[in-house]
Write a protein that binds this ligand. Structure first.
Ligand SMILES: Nc1ncnc2c1ncn2[C@@H]1O[C@H](COP(=O)(O)OP(=O)(O)OP(=O)(O)O)[C@@H](O)[C@H]1O
Ligand SMILES: [Mg+2]
Length: 306
């Protein structure tokens, strides 16, 4: 038969857990530079017979993390903060820009560095830009993108990769989303990179749910999904809890599953500061408790922070 494949035995796919375990990566945190986020990941240890949580201090090393949300939720700001933070610690980061040409992203990175008090000349050689916004072939042909990425990773010895956004790699062919993300995921594992993939969510996808996590079942492939959303305050009750005036916007963040370590499962409020930095605040139940404590106070005091 033409094209029929003889079934094979793939002996290399079969190993004892002991053998596999020798290659297991160490679990530790890679700081994101996003205040409040790094503490949302943890590991556990047994102390005096009790399970104790130990904060990881970042996203798990070698994880592929999907950051998703509708437009204007702060995804790009978050990954820029990550790139600047890693670069300032002396680690090379490969930044694949799919939507904005590299020169525009460099402006954003410069702003982020300034706001974080990090000197540009300390980091500019540590961020390696791959401009898939300008070079259409990198968006249209995943094999060319992977070859280019391999070249960048090997030449500069990068430790992490940011892709903003993977959605731009399967535009108008959304049924390809899973296979594109699967190839990128496998590639990050092969090249030992910690990775942040931004994915855009349509407003039609439910907020803060697994469906929200990039849609198209992208969340099933990656190690971890972080979902960002925006909510319009339209009731006195919500205004009271969030301590924001009616008609203002609150931003919410949730870790929607992480295979590699323990994590906070609560929904937290977050803000974008005046200088364009993302900062994660308390969980909604903490806010509710605080609101109940202060129920005698007037609310709607003009958008003050938590
Ligand atoms: N320097 C800044 N100061 C204040 N606010 C800022 C600053 N920079 C960005 N913002 C606000 O943060 C918002 C979120 O920006 P960001 O580009 O991260 O969104 P995004 O989730 O990546 O959206 P998209 O899916 O459209 O790319 C901006 O639309 C803007 O309102
Ligand atoms: Mg963006």
């Amino acid at each position: 038969m033409v094209g029929a494949r003889q079934p094979k035995v793939i002996e290399g796919a079969v190993e004892t857990l002991e053998e596999v375990g020798k290659r297991a990566p160490k679990l530790f945190g890679i700081p994101t530079g996003v205040e409040g986020l790094d503490e949302m990941f943890f590991t556990t240890k047994i102390e005096d017979g009790k399970v104790k949580k130990i904060p990881l201090g970042g996203i798990p090393y070698l994880a592929v993390v999907n950051i998703t949300g509708v437009s204007d939720t702060g995804k790009s700001l978050m990954v820029e903060q990550f790139a600047v933070t890693q670069a300032s610690r002396g680690y090379k980061v490969c930044f694949v820009t799919v939507e904005s040409p590299a020169a525009f992203v460099s402006m954003g990175l410069k702003e982020r560095a300034k706001a974080m008090g990090i000197r540009w000349d300390e980091i500019e050689d540590n961020i390696i830009m791959v401009d898939a916004a300008t070079h259409a072939i990198l968006r249209e042909d995943i094999s060319s993108l992977l070859n280019t990425l391999e070249y960048a990773i090997d030449t500069y010895e990068t430790k992490s990769v940011v892709i903003d956004s993977v959605t731009g790699l399967y535009e108008a062919k959304e049924m390809m989303a899973r296979s594109v993300v699967r190839r990128l995921f496998n590639f990050m594992k092969l090249k030992h990179q910690t990775a942040l993939f931004v994915s855009q969510k349509r407003s039609g996808h439910e907020e803060l749910t697994a469906e929200a996590a990039g849609g198209y079942a992208v969340s099933h492939i990656v190690d971890c999904s972080i979902v960002l959303s925006k909510e319009l305050i339209m009731s006195r009750y919500a205004a009271n809890i969030y301590r924001r005036p009616i008609g203002s916007i609150v931003r919410l963040i949730r870790i929607d599953g992480c295979r590699m370590c323990g994590h906070d499962t609560k929904t937290h409020i977050f803000e974008i500061t005046e200088t364009g930095l993302v900062r994660v605040g308390p969980s909604l139940d903490e806010l509710l408790k605080e609101a109940q404590k202060q129920s005698t106070l007037k609310f709607g005091g003009g958008g003050e922070s938590w």
